[in-house]
Design a protein around this ligand. Structure first.
Ligand SMILES: [Fe+2]
Ligand SMILES: [Fe+2]
Length: 251
């Protein structure tokens, strides 16, 4: 395996590792994102067992010990499995996550005290970069789930939202909703909940110009339209599920 690097927006780098053995023949990508600044931030740590690959990749951009912030969407191995490895190589680094994630997991799991972010709180990275944490509980999964939005580039670090199979591009302006629906059909990875459509639709208000998918290519284009279409897809799934249940109850 190798980790490929691409710049998806000004000062925003995608570190992508393709694993052909997951969901063959298409395979599956695991992506971390580095946001440069006086205080560089990495979104997702990558799997613990991929740490050597990711550390080597990051060192092609900045010395890993320069990392200041380690953030991620929710507490899960691909999102934060290597958090303590990064904390060990970057002595100035602090893990940052939402209130639920810090109380439930990071206060215990992180080797150094984490920073707890309120919904909507911004970390100033310097050099014009600002990342805002937004709570998205249970969306697409995880009580502690959240996304980050880098304001200067209009980039939504959207974690597992829009997850798709394959590895054909690092950046696309094509359809990301159809491939995400196909992956949902296969993996059933989302915690379908009544608030899900509204939670995703609320992110459309940011009107992101770039969206950084954890599993899939990064997207450039009308992020609001893609988010609304994804929200509609989940609303349909949730309505269909309720409809089926009511019919079964009535039968
Ligand atoms: Fe996840
Ligand atoms: Fe993930």
């Amino acid at each position: 395996m190798e980790t490929k690097i691409s710049e998806i927006a000004d000062g925003m780098y995608r570190l992508s590792t393709y694993v052909p053995d997951i969901a063959p023949p298409a395979g599956f990508t695991f992506n971390q994102f580095l946001v440069l600044g006086d205080e560089p931030l990495m979104f997702h740590t990558g799997l613990r067992k991929m740490f050597p690959l990711n550390r080597e990749a990051l060192s092609r951009i900045i010395p890993p010990e320069r990392l200041r912030w380690i953030a991620f969407g929710h507490f899960e191995a691909d999102e934060c499995g290597a958090m303590n490895e990064w904390l060990a190589v970057a002595p100035q680094a602090t893990a940052a996550h939402g209130q639920t994630g810090v109380y439930v997991s990071l206060n215990d799991f992180a080797d150094r005290a984490p920073r707890m972010l309120q919904d909507g709180e911004v970390i100033e990275l310097g050099a014009g970069k600002r990342v805002r944490f937004i709570d998205t509980p249970h969306t697409p999964h995880g009580w502690d789930a959240g996304v980050m939005y880098e304001e200067s580039t209009g980039t939504l670090l959207c974690g597992d939202l829009f997850t798709q199979l394959g590895n054909d591009r690092s950046l696309t302006d094509g359809d990301i909703v159809g491939p995400a629906a196909a992956a949902e059909d296969i993996f059933k990875y989302s915690a379908l909940n009544p608030c899900m459509g509204a939670t995703i639709r609320s992110l459309a208000g940011l009107a992101p110009r770039t969206m950084a998918l954890m599993h899939g290519p990064s997207f450039t284009g009308d992020g609001a339209a893609a988010l609304r279409a994804l929200a509609d897809d989940y609303d349909r799934r949730i309505s269909a599920e309720w409809h089926d249940r009511l019919q079964r109850t009535a039968a």
